[in-house]
Design a protein around this ligand. Sequence first.
Ligand code: FSO
Ligand code: SF4
Length: 519
Amino acid sequence: MFCFQCEQTAGCTACTGAAGVCGKTADVARLQDELTGALVALARSENGGKGDSESDGLMLEGMFACVSNVSFDPEAIAALERRVRAKAVALGEFDLYDMGLLWGAQEDIRSLKSLLLFGMRGVAAYAYHAQMLGKSDPAVTAFLYEGMRAVGSDLGMDELLPLVLKCGEVNLAAMAALEDANISAYGKPEPATVELKVEAGPFIVVTGHDLHDLKQLLEQTEGRGVNVYTHGEMLPANAYPALRKYPHLKGNYGTAWHNQRKEFKDLPAPILWTTNCLLKPDESYADRVFTTGPVSFPGAHVVEAGEDGAKDFSALIDKALELGGWAADRAFAGINGGTSVTTGFGYDTVMSVASAVIDAVKSGDIKRFILLAGCDGMRKERSYYTDFAKLAPSDSVILTLACGKYRFNDLDLGSIAGIPRLLDVGQCNDAYGAIKIALALADAFGCGVNDLPLSMVLSWYEQKAVCILLTLLHLGIKGIYLGPTLPAFVSPGVLQVLVDNYGIRPISTPEADLAQIMG
Ligand code: FSO
Ligand code: SF4
């Protein structure tokens, strides 16, 4: 197998053995390559990208199913590949692209095509979630076809670099569509303090990013005596009015995705995965794993959508009732010992106190904003982000989003002029909100984003982080700190381009980076 798409790739180089670090088998890796080759064929087909909704749906689902920690199921991937291939053939394209050509290409070409392909996988995941709520942007889908044709074509660096940046531009539109979908369906997020305790009695833990799945589950558990807790990237759901109105949405259990084996092992409750990041469950809880959408693991209970898109969660609810939960309330804590966390500081919330923020900057009470955001992961070097938050001076405000926040979101960092020093903007796709905040601040101060007292210190793990990074580059944002390691698929030649044009730099130590940022 060959896979180097995520941050935990073997030896910071590539997973090449019988299985990847994530547990993906060589068989699944091969099938995902075949699926991707079929998607290139679909993109090349006569009507590719010209408003065929079945083809568009396959493009999104096929790309999403190849994101890290989404599908470990060879049968599910093979079935999807057959559907994509049949569609490509029906549209007149018979030749599947051989992904070996990509993995064996000259290293800078391989690097740029990988940036494009992995970025598009992230874009597809966001577009998929928006589509579940009836929102889509035809320009986003059209680009996936254009980009996949480029992956399968003989192009040079000069042709690929603009496409990589266009992927960032398109991702901005995909995140905008998803924000629109979420706010239209559930209202504008409001600040929320979320308890980390679990009440006695039956409950279900929901993880992943799909708010539509959570909403359907909340409707179906109403009056059933089953509480619902968010986990990982589902935490910001607690901030949406149309979700928090359910009294049985009780709070959040656990932390980020990579702790799931420890956190789910002795849980007297089932868990629902709505997206990445799924880890191979150990025997102790394998029978409590329910997946939906493109998420799949052999042997897991699968909740399929009906013809009308509705999902029947009765088996999951029955499992929760059968397991019964704990006999008494249990208190939990975040990784720093905090017993609650906050969320819901999206664009609208921050803008509602814009004048206070601007005054605090002008008076010097706020010296710097730091976007400390991105994915969490297993690498021990990720303690950098905890230390960074602890060491950030008291005149700095930290904006965060995605699951990396669990490294520090239970810390009490206090406030400045009534503004909390730690503002959780939401899920990784809410990077769109953080960008809007930055643009609004730049507008208020009459300067460019790069001239704001704003630094970005990002942590990446998988392909959604790749497309968000490309969006920031598309916006011309310079001086981003990236960690905990640099992507294996960024070749020295491409890295030099990123350093020369964007001043991108690897994280070093919290002390040194903070000295540079605050200085
Ligand atoms: Fe985390 Fe996983 Fe949201 Fe990623 S749950 S690592 S950036 O999938 O998507 O933040
Ligand atoms: Fe390795 Fe990451 Fe690919 Fe899994 S997704 S096989 S860990 S590079």
